[in-house]
Each structure stands twice: as C-alpha cells, then as structure tokens.
Design a protein around this ligand. Structure first.
Ligand code: GEK
Length: 246
C-alpha cells in the first residue's frame, strides 16, 4: 500500500455489525488529515485565513493555545509571521494524535517555540494568552461543561485577546437544517465517501458530537465574558467565529 493509500480514511468503508461511539484512537489519528479535509466543508479555507487573524491579534510574550489540536494543522497554519516571543501550546487528550502532531510540528515549524500537552482541555491551565484556537472541538465537550471551558478561556486571555472557535452547527428552522445537512452529505459524497461510510460515521458520532445553533454559541460566549463575537466564515453547516475580549 502506498503512503497515500495508508493515510486514506476507510474506517467506515466496510459494513460494521454494531457501530460504536467515535473515539480519537490510533486508527483515526492515522487518517485524520484526510478525514477532516474530506468531511468538513471550508476546513482548508479556515486554515488558510486564520493566519490573517492571528497576525492581527497575536501579542508579544504571550501564549497561543490550540485546544483539541489533533495533528497540529491550526498551529502550523498560524505560526508564520507571529512575533518570535510567542509560545505555541497544543493541547489534546489523544496521545496518538499528539505523537503525529509532534512529528508535524518538528518538520513544519522547527524554529518556533512550541510545546504539547496530553490532557483534557477541561483541566488545562490557560494563562497570558493572546489567541486561543478551539476548532471543531467544543462539539465533543458535554453541553453542561461548555460554559466553564469558555470562562476559563476568557479569563486566561489578555485584554484584546481572541478566541477562534469553529464548529459544526445546527439550525432552528427545519428546512434550513435539512437543506444544509443534505448539502454537507453531498459534500462528503463528492469527496468520495459512500452512503454506507456516511451513515456509519453519522451513527458513530450520535451523542458524541453535539452541535448547537450559532445563537446558542453567541449567547454562551457573551455569558463567558467575551465582549464581541461574530461569524467570520460559514460553509454549509460549519462556521468559524471570532470572540474578542475587550
Ligand atoms: C484541527 N482542531 O485540525 N480534551 C482534549 N482534547 C479533546 C477533548 C478533550 N476533552 N475532546 C476531544 N478532543 C483540529 C481538529 S478534532 C475535530 C479537532 C473533529 C480532541 C480529539 O482528540 C481530537 O483530536 C480533537 O479534539 C477534535 O483544526 O474530529 O471533527
């Protein structure tokens, strides 16, 4: 098998008798880059535009966190052009993800000051931060713990700091919800996933990935202590938001 084939996501390609809940284990980490690019509309664009935001908000001598950093794509994307004095901190509770993340950062940003922590983001200590990335990760946190996580982020950010939050979202209007859900599935089909793969993956994410509305995110961000919050990118039912601490 070529390297490319071995990193192609085929996890749900064969029929599985009983689909279990989705976990970020070795088999997922191995194909994760392919999985997220073929599953999340706008992922590449989010990564390509985040550096513009990061350059504007990064403050010298501060920490920049990526919570749920997976393979480190967010940190690699924003690293170029930041002040030399920033420290990049990637946090994830999946060791298989972090093993690959370490390889990626060593190769892609060897001269930056970065470190990785294998821990639950709910236990992470966030301090002296100018930017926090939370891309497609709060959706995996139990609903009742999301506010305290955002409060910890808001209180760890310096004045003028920002949270960049990306998420799968849902819509209150049933037609909008159905249309954007269908478009997301069209996107996955277009990217080579079969109907079987799409339906088995959906079953595995049931009760594991819990999306909310954009309004629910905005309300919680305000409650957590953010002063301004706006969507800066939306592709079907996936959004990227910026939340600013004044
Ligand atoms: C990217 N941001 O490429 N504590 C720490 N890590 C966690 C927790 C937790 N409680 N729950 C989940 N994770 C990345 C993509 S993926 C999104 C993020 C997705 C980690 C989990 O191990 C995984 O690496 C990541 O959050 C979510 O831009 O798979 O859709």
């Amino acid at each position: 098998m070529s390297a490319n084939e071995s990193n192609k996501d085929r996890i749900y390609a064969e029929r599985i008798e009983r689909v279990g809940g989705f976990v970020f284990d070795e088999s997922v980490a191995e194909v994760f880059d392919d999985m997220i690019r073929r599953s999340v509309p706008g992922y590449a664009m989010t990564l390509s535009l985040m550096p513009l935001i990061a350059k504007r908000y990064a403050q010298p001598n501060t920490n920049i966190y990526d919570l749920g950093c997976s393979l480190g794509a967010g940190l690699v994307a924003i690293a170029d052009g930041l002040p030399d004095s920033v420290s990049l901190v990637g946090i994830d509770n999946s060791q298989p993800m972090l093993d690959r993340c370490e390889e990626n950062l060593s190769k892609s940003i060897p001269d930056c000051n970065w470190s990785l922590q294998c821990t639950d983001i709910l236990d992470a200590s966030i301090e002296n931060a100018s930017i926090v990335l939370l891309n497609f990760t709060i959706q995996f946190i139990p609903l009742e713990q999301r506010l305290s996580l955002l409060q910890a982020i808001a209180s760890g950010l310096n004045p003028g700091g920002v949270l960049l939050l990306s998420e799968k979202v849902q819509f209150e209007n049933p037609k909008t919800q159905q249309d954007l859900f269908d478009l997301h599935h069209d996107f996955k089909r277009e990217n080579g996933y079969s109907d079987l793969e799409i339906s088995q993956k959906r079953a595995s994410l049931e009760n594991v990935l819990i999306p909310e509305t954009i309004e629910a995110h905005k309300t919680r961000l305000a409650q957590a202590g953010f002063d301004h919050c706006e969507v800066w990118l939306q592709c079907f039912n996936f959004v990227s938001m910026i939340a600013i601490k004044a």
